[in-house]
Design a protein around this ligand. Structure first.
Ligand code: F0G
Length: 487
């Protein structure tokens, strides 16, 4: 590691702890309900943490999407929003921020990240196309397949290892990329997609060295590169920490270098700038024109793209704040702390710590549950039950059912515990780790899940499940016995 995290401080006691470099000025009441009420809530929610009401949730670690804390400057910027359907000054301020932070001049606003994926997929993907990428994201894959494309995940051997010291598990395997182009022909590859801080494999970054190698192959074949920048700030932070060449570079320089290697950069602003919305940017007028007309059709006029002008203002400020090291390192600092503590307790968790959240390996945590009974979903439900903390299943429930009626088993069965920026405190983090530890000691009590209502597309959002036995009741019984109360 090149550099220490500015939010992780050495204590006289010898400990190193993440310290909140911000103060709390607006608070929201949380609800830590007794375990019997949590059992009722998870049953009502079909054992799917997406279907819980936040009045039943203590720590909402479902996602960092739209849940990062906004800064005072973001909130106050909303007051200068310029309400205009066309030509709003708010849009031009956002355009300027994107130019400054990503180095791209032409901007298409969209209402969130998947809307950008819809537009890029419709503009460039045709039936029979192959799209190489480090790893898919659920919405990305859905849009690309809807347009007749087939995705190829060409990650390195290290990517799916739970325990690893590899600093860049999000890298693309260059040989696989070359082979894929040879197999499909460059004319059938509309672009290569790189996802910063690769979400579904544990928020793992790629290096600029790897990007440059991909760029070389892309140039040799005349293929463009598209960057999913939803988690680019954290990826840039890891590059600064882990890639020697950039140890002394500013986050801004790293962001510019990353974006400069790609023709198109798109993002979910719900993640990258702690607001809502999203965007697509490029410096190529030709590419811009290929996408432009889809924006009024699906999103809204070109100067708001389905977002409110208030969000656009806050997005501009949030993007600039992403270049501040104390902002961008806060979530990784807490995740690193949580991952190290879990690891010490023997809880199987993805290492090295990545962006977005701590990722617990449900297959090792619950080895007695077959993948067809959704260990990651069961772990998410069980953790909610014993703590009120809600994480997200990132495993086979988030995958799809094949035409033969069987599940497409996912590569990994993960419980993701997201750490939205500047939302949770250290004592809350300790509470989470403690309850997860209790669950680990009682893991044999946890059983599987089965679908009772299964949507055809993106089934993990609205799907309802049930426990395969009365294991939730038994878990509740043991919890009450051990804690002597029901919280
Ligand atoms: N790309 C990545 C890498 C993402 O993580 C997300 C969303 C999207 C695209 C889609 O953006 O939600 O604004 O439409 N990730 C959220 C998550 C949903 O919880 O990880 P969106």
């Amino acid at each position: 590691m090149n550099q220490s995290n500015p939010t992780t401080i050495k204590f006289f006691s010898g400990e190193e702890l993440p310290v909140e470099l911000h103060k709390v000025r607006i608070v929201q009441k949380l609800h830590l309900k007794p375990i019997d009420q949590r059992l009722e809530a998870i049953k009502r929610g079909g054992y799917n943490t997406f279907l819980l009401n936040t009045t039943d949730v203590f720590l909402d670690m479902l996602t960092d999407s739209g849940t990062n804390a906004m800064s005072d400057n973001q909130l106050s910027s909303m007051h200068q929003a310029d309400d205009a359907y066309a030509g709003s000054q708010s849009f031009y301020r956002m355009e300027k921020a994107l130019n400054e932070v990503f180095g791209k001049e032409l901007v298409l606003p969209v209402h969130q990240g998947r809307a950008a994926e819809n537009i890029i997929s419709q503009a460039f993907i045709r039936p029979g196309h192959a799209i190489p990428m480090n790893y898919h994201f659920t919405t990305t894959k859905a849009h690309m397949e809807l347009n007749g494309g087939k995705i190829y995940e060409i990650y390195t051997d290290e990517a799916l290892k739970i325990k690893s010291n590899h600093p860049f598990k999000g890298n693309i395997d260059i040989k696989k990329l070359v082979d894929l182009i040879a197999q499909y022909g460059k004319e059938n590859i509309p672009f290569i997609r790189l996802e910063a801080s690769t979400n579904l494999i544990g928020g793992q970054p790629f290096s600029i060295a790897n990007m440059r190698e991909v760029r070389k192959v892309a140039d040799e074949n005349g293929i463009m590169m598209v960057l999913d920048a939803s988690l680019i700030g954290e990826n840039a932070w890891f590059i600064k920490q882990r890639e020697a060449e950039f140890a002394n570079a500013s986050i801004k320089d790293i962001l510019r270098t990353m974006c400069g290697l790609c023709e198109i950069v798109y993002f979910s602003s719900r993640k990258v700038s702690s607001t809502r919305g999203g965007g697509i940017c490029t410096n190529s007028k030709e590419l811009f024109m290929q996408m432009r007309d889809l924006v009024p059709l699906y999103e809204g006029f070109l100067t708001y793209g389905g977002m409110s002008v208030r969000e656009i203002e806050a997005m501009a400020v949030g993007l600039i704040e992403t270049t501040d090291e104390t902002v961008i390192s806060q979530s990784p600092g807490f995740i690193e702390y949580a991952v190290k503590e879990m690891d010490k307790l023997g809880i199987p968790v993805i290492t090295p710590a990545g962006a977005l959240g701590a990722h617990v390996d449900a297959m090792q945590f619950l080895p007695h549950i077959p993948q067809a009974e959704y260990p990651a979903g069961a772990l998410a439900a069980a953790l909610y039950l014993v703590s009120g903390c809600r994480g997200m299943e990132r495993g086979t429930i988030s995958s799809v059912r094949l035409e033969n009626g069987e599940d497409l088993l996912s590569d990994m069965e993960l419980l993701r515990l997201a750490f939205p920026r500047r939302v949770f405190t250290l004592s809350q983090t300790k509470f989470l780790i403690d309850r997860l530890n209790w669950l680990y000691h009682n893991r044999e009590l946890v059983g599987g899940l089965k679908f009772v209502e299964e949507p055809k597309v993106l089934r993990f959002f609205m799907g309802r499940l049930d426990a395969t036995s009365n294991w939730p009741e038994k878990l509740v019984e043991k919890f009450k016995k051990d804690f002597g109360d029901s919280l």
